[in-house]
Design a protein around this ligand. Structure first.
Ligand code: ADP
Ligand code: MG
Length: 476
């Protein structure tokens, strides 16, 4: 009987399941996919880096025991992290080879780009040698769909435009559809949802999702390999092209140029283009004017930060999907404290579920507070008193010992006072503890320093500049 990645992993799961709580199993093991088995190494795919770290921290022994049972002493585990935005990259890429009677339809009809394809075989930039297939993989993530893209005032326009486009690709005035908005507000999700729905409704249409970053890499590669025309032709046969994060094309003249040709060709042939960007078209810099004007042809729809109600429904939906219950006051606490980024909101929920399931604790408001605090702390960098002294001494071109010394030279005293002032402002340390760390002073000295800095920065322009400069260095 031959072993496969799946069969080995299934056996491991049987063992793991018996040794942890149902909730933990559901949270940490159900999302894993077994992807490859070579000799004694099993590769498993996990959804994020956080996920991988969590497994390593909490379940490594269990994994080891179960895998050794299956594959022997030399068993190895390999993690494959499925990064966001590159969903599908781990699948074998495919190549499209037109049969001779179809090859005519691949002739370029674009006046803007009269490129002759001398090579009869169309090369797909998503190619791994040896794998040949007649389909183009859409690179779509089916987990990002309209059903789980909750509607709210913040996204109503973009969402309904997306649905309109999905129902009639190329057949609305929303072409291109440009979705723009800040980080973590759902651009990638919505872009996939459009593609997924089109694939569902029109299985014969060729849909392709690609990040602008990957598009750029492929283009550069094609120039190196001298098959820029093949690259262009590949993109010109697509019915629905979805390009994520087009702001990344800024400053890249060659890529913009090639995208311009592809765009024109698709548009003239009634094909749909969907774009996302973290900026509105007017704010995009270093994008050629002729390309910018194309972006404005269709509809630009903004995703804004969700309001309280929408945040609550997003949390509830997430909990529902994970089969977890949480008291209303905790849901509201989360919605009140994480406001501007849905990805962070989801991250906090996952940590909360994780902590409670791992420690077998109930989900309480206290736990939620702790996690939100950690969450906020993690995103901002923690500043230490040591670091503050280093930055201040560097700024005044002295070393830390000088800053801490007993000298009364004015500029050294000032530097020391500034260090104390920032330590009070940026850390949770007490006056006494700040004093003892900055040259063995007492709490009264630190207090005096804080007052002096306050006074001087309102009366002395030069001093004000020191404070501002240092503040920038310490908090950015
Ligand atoms: P962006 O591409 O704008 O940075 P993403 O599309 O990656 O943001 O969204 C971040 C996370 O928030 C994703 O997990 C996504 O599923 C979720 N999300 C965003 N908007 C919504 C929404 N309206 N309903 C449900 N989940 C959402
Ligand atoms: Mg994105």
């Amino acid at each position: 009987m031959s072993m496969t990645a799946q069969s080995v992993w299934d056996n491991c799961l049987l063992f793991i399941r018996d040794n942890i709580t149902k909730q933990a199993y559901k949270t940490w093991f159900e999302p894993i996919k077994a992807v490859k088995l070579t000799d004694n190494a099993l590769s498993i795919q996990v959804p994020s880096k956080f996920f991988y770290e969590w497994l390593e921290e909490h379940y490594v022994k269990l994994l080891k025991v179960s895998l050794t049972k299956e594959l022997g002493e030399n068993a190895k585990l390999v993690y494959v992290i499925r990064m966001e935005n590159t969903y599908g990259n781990k699948q074998p890429f495919t190549e499209k080879i037109p049969s001779s009677n179809r090859s005519n339809s691949y002739k370029s009809q674009d006046v803007d780009a009269p490129l002759k394809n001398k090579n009869p075989e169309l090369r797909n930039p998503f190619v791994i040698p040896g794998i040949r297939n007649l389909e183009i993989e859409s690179q779509l993530n089916p987990n990002y769909n309209f059903d789980n893209f909750l509607e709210g005032d913040s996204n109503r326009l973009a969402r309904s435009a997306g649905i309109a486009v999905a129902n009639k690709p190329g057949g609305t005035s929303f072409n291109p559809l440009l979705i723009f908005g800040g980080v973590g507000l759902g651009k990638t999700h919505l872009a996939h949802a459009i593609g997924v729905q089109i694939k569902d409704k029109y299985p014969d249409k060729t849909v392709l999702y690609i990040s602008a970053e990957k598009f750029t890499q492929q283009y550069i590669e094609s120039v190196k390999k001298n098959n820029r025309n093949d690259f262009i032709h590949f993109y010109q046969i697509i019915d629905v092209l979805i390009v994520d994060d087009i702001q990344l094309l800024s400053g890249k003249a060659g890529t913009q140029d090639v995208f311009f040709h592809i765009f024109n060709h698709l548009h003239q042939n009634g094909k749909q283009v969907v774009l996302t960007s973290d900026k509105a078209p007017v704010d995009m810099q270093d994008i050629e004017q002729r390309l910018l004007s194309r972006f404005k042809w269709g509809l630009s729809a903004e995703l804004q930060s969700p309001g309280f109600e929408t945040r609550v429904s997003i949390i509830k939906n997430k909990l529902y999907q994970d089969g977890v219950e949480m008291p209303e006051e905790i849901v509201e606490f989360l919605a009140n404290n994480i406001k501007t980024n849905i990805r962070e909101l989801e991250g906090a929920i996952i940590s909360l579920i994780a902590h409670s399931s791992y420690d077998r604790k109930e989900i309480t408001l206290d736990l939620a507070k702790k996690i939100v605090e950690n969450y906020v702390k993690h995103t901002k960098r923690e500043v230490s008193i040591e670091y503050i002294q280093k930055v201040v001494s560097d700024y005044f071109q002295m070393d830390v010992e000088t800053l801490q010394s007993k000298t009364r030279k004015r500029h050294i005293v000032q530097a020391r006072q500034l260090a104390m002032f920032f330590a009070k402002r940026l850390t949770k340390a007490s006056l006494a503890s700040i004093g003892s760390q900055i040259g063995q002073r007492d709490h009264a000295t630190v207090l005096h320093a804080c007052k002096t800095v306050d006074n001087l920065s309102t009366t002395d322009k030069q001093f004000r500049k020191y404070v501002d400069d240092l503040n920038k260095k310490l908090t950015s």
